[in-house]
Design a protein around this ligand. Structure first.
Ligand code: ADP
Length: 394
């Protein structure tokens, strides 16, 4: 079965074509900077790598470009769009109605639209991707996989905010949790690795967006991101946890507009706001040169993660393993070191030599004698989506 995975973001579309169940990647690529005259389109198959800079006005043109690359008579991988059996769409917000991987119909599309108010940067772009794919690949089954779905198992005591009940009951205001596809994939891998499907796990996804999830018996029981993907850890450009009184102070006393504060907290805060750099590699290199704000930002980032680990050990009443994943979690030995430092009370002991080794497969970086495993697990959201699509259709 050929499954095309489409991850349609606000200004990018990532795609990957997989043969299932072998999980062989036939081709993969990305269109970045959609809406600009200098959009970047990449395509990589076993035989070819193509990168082009051209004008791509909108998502419609982006998906047309991807289709043309797949069908290219010289370097493409398909003779006809009919060779695609199914398309798996990553959809960020499924609200409290779409909590499982679902075949897309008009009702599902209407709900994704309805939940656009909860994820205004993501759901509209996801919907455009779905509607275009329906036109371009009209014989393929279209399936939605939701980022929020894995967290549908979080108990009410953990997901409800302490505000009047009507907001939870009537308005759907609750913590939804995100990065579910990644947390599900790596926690499943960890359970397999530990040969324990009832393992108590803390999954730490550190990419541009960062989140942490407590997993028990394969199910998410708590998550750091809340109503929107803005709560919790310090992220690339998002503040994470913040006292809401600061928002009112900025508006009422400092004279910022609502839109300005929204932009400030989502796009100008986090590591970018603290250091002037977004990319952790730059921050680490500046810290090495003695840049005080970069050193402090790294410490703040790690401190926040440590606090969540402590909270989730309490929620889980124990811990078998912590998992580091995504761009920073998989690659930054420094961030892992800062997080695991002085955590011996919890039986968390890092082995520095193992931590410094590079590898693209699952690995253990804890000291050999410790009870709690520290695992580095490369995430693969595309494969997880393909697995779920394949499972739904077979
Ligand atoms: P996204 O959330 O966009 O999928 P990624 O999971 O790709 O993000 O992670 C992006 C982050 O990973 C960036 O902040 C980048 O600096 C960081 N990163 C990637 N490689 C390294 C590395 N070798 N060392 C430190 N940080 C890294």
């Amino acid at each position: 079965m050929n499954i095309l995975i489409i991850n349609s973001g606000s200004s990018s579309i990532k795609y990957q074509l997989l043969e299932m169940p072998s999980a062989q990647v036939i081709c993969a690529g990305m269109i970045e900077r959609i809406g600009s005259t200098e959009a970047i389109s990449t395509f990589k198959s076993q035989d070819y790598k193509i990168e082009r800079i051209c004008e791509i006005k909108n998502h419609k043109e982006g998906l047309e470009r991807i289709t043309a690359l797949l069908l290219d008579s010289d370097k493409g991988v398909l003779n006809s769009t009919k060779e695609i059996d199914a398309i798996g769409h990553r959809v960020v917000h499924g609200g409290n109605a779409l909590t499982e991987t679902t075949l897309i119909n008009n009702e599902v599309k209407n709900k994704i639209k309805l939940f656009s108010s909860l994820a205004p940067l993501h759901n509209p772009a996801n919907l455009v991707g779905i509607e275009m794919a329906e036109k371009l690949f009209n014989s393929a089954k279209q399936i939605a996989v939701f980022d929020t779905a894995f967290h549908a198992t979080v108990p009410v005591k953990a997901k409800k905010y302490a505000i009047p009940n009507k907001f939870y009951d009537d308005e759907g205001i609750q913590a939804y949790g995100f990065h579910g596809t990644s947390h599900k994939y790596v926690s499943k891998k960890a359970s397999e690795y530990l040969r324990n499907k009832n393992a108590k796990l803390i999954s730490i996804h550190l990419g541009n967006g960062c989140s942490i999830t407590a997993v028990k018996n394969g199910k998410s029981i708590d998550h750091s991101m809340g109503f929107a993907p803005s709560n919790g850890l310090v992220m690339g450009s998002r503040s994470g946890d913040i006292d809401h009184a600061i928002i009112f102070y900025m508006i009422n006393t400092l004279g910022y507009s609502l839109d300005e504060v929204n932009e400030l907290l989502n796009k100008k805060s986090g590591m970018l706001g603290l250091t002037g750099f977004n990319d952790l590699r730059d921050i680490e290199s500046e810290a090495n040169k003695g840049n005080a704000s970069c050193i402090l930002a790294l410490e703040m980032n790690a401190y926040r993660i440590k606090k969540y680990i402590g909270a989730y050990i309490a929620a889980l009443n124990g811990l078998d393993a912590i998992i580091f994943t995504a761009g920073i979690g998989e690659n930054s030995s420094l961030m892992r070191k800062l997080v695991c430092k002085d955590m011996d009370f919890f039986n968390i002991h890092l082995d520095d030599a193992k931590n410094d080794l590079k590898s693209s497969t699952i690995r253990e970086v804890n000291a050999i004698e410790t009870k709690v495993k520290i695992l580095v697990i490369p995430t693969n959201e595309e494969l997880e989506i393909a697995n779920q699509v394949f499972a739904l259709l077979t």
